[in-house]
Design a protein around this ligand. Structure first.
Ligand SMILES: CC[C@H]1c2cc3[nH]c4c(c3C)C(=O)[C@H](C(=O)OC)c4c3nc(cc4[nH]c(cc(n2)[C@@H]1C)c(C(C)=O)c4C)[C@@H](C)[C@@H]3CCC(=O)O
Length: 263
């Protein structure tokens, strides 16, 4: 199913979108596994993330934040469709891309992610953050202390517990060097989409992370109940960052999910 012999267009192509503060880098295990199995796998840095050169404190709207993903999708050759995978708040970017580039996407996958139906609003009880009020976040005031905060970054001492409790220590060490502040103002624009019946026709997969200390599995259940996906998988041993904690199981689930597509 991976590497086709019918030319570039027949290859199953995964595109990965990171969550807050992360970058294309966090998908290194998955993109390696998929490429070795003959799939095409691309991961993108949203504006102000990873090695994107923009200062995240200057990113003010959600479209600006998502622009690198939109560019990638609009540059795809005609008839080339991708499987779009989003992690955590990156699910909001995936839904936005799904609505804008519906004909470029054959499946969307939400990994421990924000998955809100276009046209509905996320209630704080269902999918928005619960840990937001705790003192685990450092706020960044990029426009001065007298102005509203522009960025948000989890304090280093909480990262192992909330992001990476089941992940290898060397990945935690590397991630701590690479995380960047999340653009608060841009993320406020997530999930503000008009109803979109065409986008709803695209098969949707949810992958739940059962040992997640950040996005509580019960809250993930409510996200799934509110907008039921066509396939649901559960990563029993995963923390919030399945790409580090259970990459091979995640890889297997992705391959199984796409096997149901008529390509
Ligand atoms: C509270 C400010 C801003 C926001 C920031 C933010 N959201 C997440 C992080 C940060 C800094 C994370 O680190 C985490 C993540 O992406 O990990 C990789 C975040 C999540 N956000 C979720 C849902 C969610 N967040 C917001 C809004 C915001 N996030 C603020 C604007 C919404 C909306 C649209 O209101 C939603 C649906 C989860 C998927 C994860 C986990 C966080 C949690 O469960 O507490």
């Amino acid at each position: 199913m991976g590497g086709g012999d019918g030319g570039e267009d027949s290859v199953v192509h995964f595109v990965f979108v990171h969550g807050a503060s992360h970058g294309a880098w966090c998908w290194y295990k998955l993109t390696t596994l998929l490429a070795a199995a003959g799939f095409k796998a691309t991961s993108v840095d949203l504006t102000g993330a990873g090695i994107n050169l923009t200062d995240s404190n200057t990113v003010v709207d959600f479209d600006q934040y998502n622009r690198p993903l939109f560019s990638l999708l609009s540059d795809l050759p005609p008839h080339h469709k991708i499987i779009l995978v989003g992690h955590s708040i990156g699910g909001g970017s995936v839904t936005e891309a799904l609505c804008k580039f519906t004909d470029k996407i054959s499946m969307v996958v939400y990994l421990a992610a924000d998955m809100v139906q276009p046209g509905s609003t996320s209630s704080p009880h269902d999918s928005a953050m619960t840990v937001g009020e705790e003192d685990i976040w450092e706020l960044i005031y990029g426009e001065g202390a007298d102005k509203p905060p522009t960025g948000m970054l989890m304090k280093e001492e909480f990262r192992r517990h909330y992001y990476y409790s089941q992940s290898p220590l060397e990945d935690v060490t590397l991630a701590c060097k690479l995380l960047r502040p999340a653009p608060l103002r841009a993320l406020n624009g997530a999930d503000k989409l008009a109803p979109n019946p065409e986008a709803e026709k695209v098969p949707r997969v949810y992958i739940k992370t059962a040992k997640d200390n950040l996005f509580d599995p019960l809250r993930q259940d409510r996200v799934v109940e509110k907008w039921p996906p066509s396939q649901l998988y559960i990563l029993e041993e995963s923390d919030h960052s399945a790409f580090f904690s259970v990459p091979t199981t995640l890889f297997a689930y992705l391959v199984r999910a796409v096997s149901f597509l008529q390509l």
